[in-house]
Design a protein around this ligand. Sequence first.
Ligand code: COA
Length: 179
Amino acid sequence: MPQLVAPDARHLPSFIAALKEGYSRDTLRAETPESIALVEADPMGFLKSQLAPPTTVILPDGSMGQAVPHTVLWWTEGDAFLGSVHVRHGLNEFLAQVGGHVGYAMRPSVHGQGHASAALAAGLAWTRANLPLERVLLTVSSENRASIRVIEKNGGVFDKAIEHIWRPGEIALHYWIEL
Ligand SMILES: CC(C)(COP(=O)(O)OP(=O)(O)OC[C@H]1O[C@@H](n2cnc3c(N)ncnc32)[C@H](O)[C@@H]1OP(=O)(O)O)[C@@H](O)C(=O)NCCC(=O)NCCS
């Protein structure tokens, strides 16, 4: 049965295979051969960075920003990496518009099997147990029908639609989930 766990060395080979398959750590930025090669060159260093995420972040426009404290969790089954859930402990001016508290992505080969729905449910349970948040913001592109469904299945209540701050012409939908 799949589980949401802290990143672990046993899942690294499968994680790297997922990157090569098309899984991306950042839903706003696709992986490149170079970004994957960096993980492959120092998998244990990469693992450390997942367990204690850096305090700075490269924003989608390429500039450097201050990272909000966050926790990376992996959705796994046995040694297999299936996807990830990222929980931000708070919002900043950017995340309050696009990004929200919780983000998730599943590797392409397991799409359509209910994994994101289950992983988000587990991520919400983790958040409830570990953070003093009463509700969480999830943002999603209006074109991402599968993700909208995942949010709605997890109790997401639509709040508003705004212009996407990183992708001109796109609309970002805001949903809140009460914890
Ligand atoms: C979006 C994503 C997380 C969905 O993962 P998944 O494991 O396939 O999702 P699930 O199987 O749990 O559920 C998908 C739901 O969307 C539905 N769905 C899939 N494609 C759809 C579409 N084009 N239109 C409407 N609904 C759709 C499925 O039927 C399912 O709903 P159901 O359970 O009622 O049948 C996955 O496609 C992904 O990782 N995409 C890239 C990263 C990303 O977009 N992350 C979310 C950012 S907000």
